[in-house]
Design a protein around this ligand. Structure first.
Ligand code: PMP
Length: 394
């Protein structure tokens, strides 16, 4: 290692350490389930995005194993270079039908999807207006474009209207929002945002990472939740790593969007497609959510129970409307201490502080899933009551 490299690594790490931002991910010693083993301890897991409990579901594993056996371990190449398997194409048709979209294209992850789609759609002379709390992958995707970038106040359609009015352009106008916001658990006011966007001739782009599998009929997502599934001025992107339990990202929209992405989206053109086992598991996930409504029913019953009980205890849930359940602690040090104390009580829930969330709004983000039992949630509530009282938060 050169001296320069050695110094660079040491100084960067020292900066992170001194600002309290050095991360040490906890290690799961078993599959990501509602109750699992973390750092050698059995815990109730409130830290995953595994909304429907699909990550270790037998139906997904069986179809993954079947596709692995029949189609092999890897896709072999980038899709344009003889790496597109029939199962990739079939799954995209299944996904497009599920989303009521003309087409769907799957990319490696939700992160690369935002980069690929925003990078492809937007050019110099275009205007993009993005919610201030949009996900990092949207922010990075927008950095790749030469479009004029503006921000509107979180979930504020009047502010969106102002920004669009203040920035006339002949180019494409795109409004970008998360469907469900990952740190606060609130739902974007999509009906209002689309109405304002339309008044200004703008298209709306919804990242539904946390809405798919959670909202709308059979988990079709936030766009369906608002009855906008047949709107031809709404583009949906999302991830296949959260409710769908596996990995991947997708864009769903008109056929020409897919065609253009195949030709221009850099993650599609330059990175190898998903292995067959991933496609098999995802295909089983879509079948399962449509054939068995009990997953979503359990998810929402658990969500309602857990949130109502936390509120009765006196915790501030920051206006969340979904299974994402933030519990406000204020100072980052308090949130991190609470997370450690909860872990000691057998509850795995992660503390989030600045810069992930605004200063003074440090929280623990809990995610309720369909897989949690009432007993799991009662154990978590008892731990919250004990820790909240000890820290003087309730
Ligand atoms: N968009 C949003 C809103 C997200 O919360 C996430 C997940 N952190 C992503 C995109 C990225 O998805 P993936 O994990 O599939 O890359």
């Amino acid at each position: 290692m050169t001296v320069q490299l050695k110094n660079r690594l040491a100084s960067e790490l020292a900066d992170l350490r001194s600002s309290g931002l050095l991360l040490h991910p906890r290690v799961l010693d078993a599959a990501n389930r509602a109750r699992t083993t973390v750092d050698g301890r059995e815990v109730v897991n409130l830290a995953s995005n595994n909304y429907l409990g699909f990550a270790d579901h037998p139906a997904l594993k069986a179809k993954a194993a079947a596709y692995l056996e029949q189609w092999g371990a890897g896709a072999g190449a980038v899709r344009t270079i003889a790496g597109t398997l029939r199962i990739h194409e079939d799954f995209e048709e299944q996904l497009a039908a599920f989303k009521h979209a003309g087409s769907a294209l799957v990319l490696q992850s939700g992160f690369t999807t935002n980069q690929g789609v925003l990078g492809t759609l937007l050019r110099e002379g275009d205007l993009v207006v993005s919610d201030e709390l949009n996900h990092a992958s949207i922010i990075d995707g927008l950095r790749l474009t030469k479009a004029t970038r503006k921000v509107f106040k979180h979930a504020d359609s009047a502010d969106l209207d102002r920004v669009l009015r203040d920035h006339p352009t002949d180019g494409l106008r795109l409004v970008v929002t998360d469907g469900v916001f990952s740190m606060d658990g609130d739902i974007a006011p999509l009906g209002e945002l689309v109405r304002v966007a339309r008044e200004h001739g703008a298209i709306t782009y919804v990242d539904d990472a946390h809405g798919s599998g959670v909202l709308g009929e059979a988990g079709r997502g936030t766009v369906h939740h608002f009855g906008l599934q047949d709107a031809d001025d709404v583009i949906q992107v999302g991830t296949l790593s959260k409710a769908w339990g596996v990995v991947g990202g997708y864009a769903a929209g008109p056929r020409d969007l897919r065609e253009l992405l195949i030709n221009r989206a850099r993650p599609y053109l330059f990175s190898t497609a998903h292995p067959p086992a991933v496609v098999g598991a995802l295909s089983a996930a879509l079948d399962l959510v449509q054939s068995d409504p009990s997953f979503m029913e359990r998810l929402w019953a658990n969500t309602r129970f857990f949130k109502a009980e936390l509120q009765t205890l006196g915790f501030d849930l920051m206006g969340s409307q979904t299974p994402i359940t933030p519990v406000l602690f204020g100072e980052a040090s308090t949130a991190f201490e609470a997370s450690r104390a909860l872990f000691h009580e057998g509850i795995f829930a992660v503390g989030l502080g600045f810069p992930t969330v605004p200063r003074g709004q440090a929280r623990i983000r809990n995610i309720v899933t369909a897989e949690h039992t009432r007993h799991d949630l009662e154990q978590a509530l008892a731990a919250y009551a004990k820790v909240g009282r000890a820290l003087g938060v309730i």
